[in-house]
Design a protein around this ligand. Sequence first.
Ligand code: SAM
Ligand code: SF4
Length: 350
Amino acid sequence: MTVTALGLPTVSRVTSPAPAAGPLVDTFGRIATDLRVSLTDRCNLRCTYCMPAEGLDWLPGEELLSPAELIRLLRIAVTRLGITNVRFTGGEPLVVKHLEEVVAATAALRPRPEIALTTNGLGLARRAQALVDAGLNRVNVSLDTVDAARFAAITRRDRLDDVIDGLAAAQRAGLGPIKVNAVLDPATGREDVVDLLTFCLEHGYQLRVIEQMPLDAEHHWRRDQVLTADDILSTLRGHFTLTPDTAPRGSAPAQLWRVNGGDATVGVIASVTKAFCAACDRTRLTADGQVRNCLFATSETDLRALLRRGADDAEIEASWRQTMWQKAAGHGINDPDFVQPNRPMSAIGG
Ligand code: SAM
Ligand code: SF4
């Protein structure tokens, strides 16, 4: 048996059936316990690395899962497939009116999963307490700069203050420790990241910097423009003392560093330059009911069609298991024949 660059054994591509029960496993032995649910492909920002200025052709309403359909799939995931962590994302999940209803229904499942949200923070100030009351446990807020003019340039909207208010409200509602996700701009990111870490240290937020990936709708991503984990760390080391955090990393994608000898940490997610696919524990559901076994999958499975033609839970479970069974060893971004998936990040759910 050969071994891939990711250290995973290669097996001949999958024709065998997935195991009918037990954990949600793939042919490389990875077990998915973390479900990412995209609630919508719509968004109220237009981050340059994600969406074009004019937005995208949004999914038609009848193609979206209804709250009842989504809640049924969540029940199957938790009670039949062993999902222990559910993260709601998008598009922007806070533009979805039934978010609290879906969070509450997820919190009522047994065994109760951990429930997290990834959001751009707009409107979080108003809804943080209701989300906690519904059962939300954790939040990641995306923020790429604390400079108002650069925020407006990156997101094409002048809304920095709303994000900062949203972070504070989430902290007050008990969602701490709050993670701040940053994707750095190739031109200004080296300055932005220093100010971002200073801001996060002042407020007790945990900064996580993510290498930009080829998932932008316009296919403008260029590998030689990515600010790499090494670039980011060497910039930060010019301003802070970083020491490796020795806590076990498990399947967490971020490599953590302790800042200035204290308890605060900064994480760097080297999705492109040091892929963590070998430890991946994720499965993904899109707002239109497609299961994906990877952010970069070029195929997906239509669970919405199964739901709408009256399939029973066992049939949906088997289809989800077969999709995950076929998960590839890695995302292949660095392969010469890499093909960017047709769906942009905003329609998959990051
Ligand atoms: N709208 C919400 C937000 O921004 O947090 C949730 C959806 S967004 C697609 C989820 C995460 O993906 C955000 O942290 C965003 O910065 C990140 N993201 C979007 N496009 C990306 C890209 N091309 N490469 C890396 N991360 C990206
Ligand atoms: Fe919207 Fe999030 Fe994409 Fe920015 S990264 S455009 S906030 S979906």
